[in-house]
Design a protein around this ligand. Structure first.
Ligand SMILES: Nc1nc2c(c(=O)[nH]1)N[C@H]1C(S)=C(S)[C@@H](COP(=O)(O)O)O[C@H]1N2
Ligand SMILES: [Mo]
Length: 438
């Protein structure tokens, strides 16, 4: 597994800024001299990442990503994925192109990945025999469970649950917001099996003083410092007690894959994905709002009030992001297709945080007119809902198809982005391009 101090992975650097990556690794002018050798600071960096010296470094071409880095560690885990777009390799962040999200239940190999830190060893080993889940803090009886105990002591539930990263859609922000440049695909709707979060807390006896939960996990901080946690978030007690909040141990009928949180994770569906904590080892009930890493400052937080694009907002004016807003995707057809027929079948999904979706409308004339799509009810609350529609184009030419979902509280997707400093909660309409050739 590569270790090092850089906060962006090499693959990401090469994707975004190949010249800078070359300079960093291969020295100042390497990008101008493609024969550039690995030397000096670049050689040291590469050696540190590979954990060995490179005797033939003089033959090592500029711009080459060592095969060991592509085949080992997290990149090897990433190879189990099918068609995802890699945004960053350290930590792994990858999204699913919308047309690969067509299934009503997202297969494991197509579920997006959002990591803040380093995948822990337990997930590589897929062996939970030494693992325990601890429940403590504001409880009457602190408890500890092995994986088998957790599975057998509580009723098991299986639910289709959507998890969407709070930063999904950030790439569309202007001025840009720093962070992973998610386009549309940081959303998934897998079938999860686990125990109710509420049942586990009730077994420990929730004290009246408890108001918030805190999740602690096994993933490593990017700095390599074992004292530091990459992320420790939590939810208000009421969300944890909601019957669809679960502590999951299986994803689509299999042990949770390494990238998704083996052996167990919370799922607090409909809320920013960061509340669904992977590689869980401890839940603490707290008598204050949790203040772990990425709970404070501007992480997973948005201004209390709407702000104009580019506004500098005082840190004191941020609140914790909770439920995600109503949103939809067009998953069939893929965007940018040329079709030889005037009629086009469309399909997709829609979801709405804590709410349910009451309708999806489709436009093929830049929003001038809308027709209502057929919308299936959710198989269970907090699953996305599948919709279908058909449009007929009047003549050949370039069209856009737009989808707009509305939830049961009357909220609809906007056309414009509700800009905020960190690029969260973008639920603007999904648009696809269609060219009709006949
Ligand atoms: N332990 C841990 N849990 C985590 C994260 C993490 O970095 N570490 N990332 C969170 C974020 S920001 C999101 S959006 C979801 C993504 O879940 P997935 O990778 O299974 O799609 O996991 C959440 N749980
Ligand atoms: Mo996220």
């Amino acid at each position: 597994m590569p270790s090092g101090k850089q906060d962006r992975g090499l693959c990401e650097l090469y994707q975004q800024d190949p010249e800078r990556a070359d300079k960093l690794v291969f020295g100042r002018e390497a990008h101008k001299d493609r024969r550039g050798f690995l030397r000096g600071a670049g050689l040291a960096t590469m050696g540190a990442m590979l954990g060995a010296t490179i005797p033939f470094h003089r033959n090592f071409p500029a711009g080459l990503i060592p095969a060991a880095m592509a085949d080992d560690g997290e990149m090897a885990l990433f190879k189990t994925k099918d068609g995802l777009t890699l945004l960053n390799d350290r930590p792994i962040n990858a999204e699913t192109p919308p047309h690969l999200l067509d299934d009503p239940v997202t297969p494991n190999e197509r579920h997006f990945v959002r990591n803040n830190g380093i995948v822990p060893d337990i997930a590589y080993e897929m062996d939970a025999s030494d693992w325990r889940l601890k429940i403590d803090g504001e409880v009457n009886t602190p408890l500890e469970f092995s994986l088998e105990e957790l599975k057998s002591k509580f009723e098991n539930v299986t639910l289709k649950l959507q998890i969407e990263c709070g930063g999904n859609g950030r790439a569309a922000f202007n001025p840009p917001a720093r962070g992973n440049q998610w386009t549309l695909g940081a959303i998934g709707n897998a079938e999860w099996t686990g125990v109710r979060y509420a049942d586990v807390l009730k077994a420990a006896g929730v004290k009246d003083s408890a108001i918030y939960t805190a999740h602690y996990s096994l993933d490593g901080h990017l700095s390599g410092d074992p004292e530091k946690l990459p992320i420790s978030r939590g939810v208000p007690l009421a969300k944890a007690m909601e019957p669809h909040s679960i502590i999951a141990f299986a994803m689509n009928g299999e042990p949770i894959p390494a990238l998704h949180g083996f052996p167990v994770r919370t799922i607090c569906p409909g809320w920013a994905g960061s509340t669904s904590q992977k590689w869980l080892q401890r839940i603490e009930l707290r008598n204050v709002v949790h203040d772990g890493p990425k709970m404070t400052g501007t992480s997973y937080r948005v201004p209390y009030y709407p702000v104009a694009p580019g506004t500098k907002v005082d840190k004191a004016d941020f609140k914790i992001m909770e439920a995600m807003p109503v949103k939809s995707l067009i998953t069939t057809p893929q965007t940018n297709q040329t079709i030889a027929e005037r009629r086009l079948a469309l399909r997709g999904h829609a979801w709405a945080g804590d709410n349910s979706v009451s309708r999806v409308d489709i436009s093929h004339d830049f929003g001038a007119t809308w027709t209502q799509a057929d919308l299936a009810p959710p198989p269970n609350p907090y699953s996305w809902q599948t919709w279908s529609a058909e449009v007929t184009f009047p003549e050949k030419g370039y069209y856009e198809v737009w989808a707009r979902a509305t939830d049961d509280k009357g909220n609809s997707q906007p056309f414009a982005i509700n800009w905020n400093p960190k690029g969260y909660l973008n639920n603007s309409m999904h648009r696809i391009a269609v060219t009709v050739s006949a």
